[in-house]
Design a protein around this ligand. Sequence first.
Ligand code: ADP
Ligand code: MG
Length: 246
Amino acid sequence: MIALQDIHKSFAGQEVLHGVSVQIAPGQVTALIGPSGSGKSTLLRCVNLLEIPDSGTLTVGSETLRFAPGTRPAHEAVQRIRLQTGMVFQNFQLFAHQSALHNVMEGLVTVKRWSRERARERARALLAKVGLADKADAWPANLSGGQQQRVAIARALAPEPAVLLCDEPTSALDPGLAAEVVAVLSDLAREGMTMLMATHDLRLAAQVASHTVFLEGGAIVESGLSQDLFQHPQDPRTQRFLITLQ
Ligand code: ADP
Ligand code: MG
């Protein structure tokens, strides 16, 4: 279970998340939609603690952290949550000087202290899973954007996270390459991977995510089953936003 409860986050005195609560059941995929600047990335970064919330509660699997202004959570607790979250970024963020295989296996060796042999084996299996078995030795620069993003997904999955966080995973890709990435995420969803993904991609939100949360100005306007939210948005702000997406 992933749960955010009343999460507040400010930057330089400016509050950008005004008490956001989201719950994601195991195996559930939730899309996070909303205008640019609405706080989607910040919310994702509060789940893997790239940003520390000012207040509120975060639960990832068996770990629960309560935040309070002026305090920092224990380093060990932060590490435990980070190990349970995988993150995929809009611009892939692969290590440019490493092969696809090394990108996927490196965290297992350096963070999880696996032997190189064991890490290599898992990395090969993950590359096969995202359709890139034959690209293990390729450098990121020689891969298409869609292939790079699939390597990034394999890398994020390597430590078997409890949740996969995706920040606009298809936004940097042409439609054809975006479709490859949607297909991989869709397979993961079918296999029961728990996911939270910020996206402007209607196909990704409507086809892969069972639930959708619409964020505006750092607060949730409306959330529910994707089908309901896309077909029968209740709030005029949701209705207006959905028109801009088509
Ligand atoms: P979205 O992903 O929905 O476009 P963001 O979470 O990136 O929104 O940004 C939400 C708001 O927080 C914006 O006003 C943005 O300028 C601000 N913001 C995000 N990160 C930082 C930061 N590190 N420092 C200052 N302001 C930030
Ligand atoms: Mg963003």
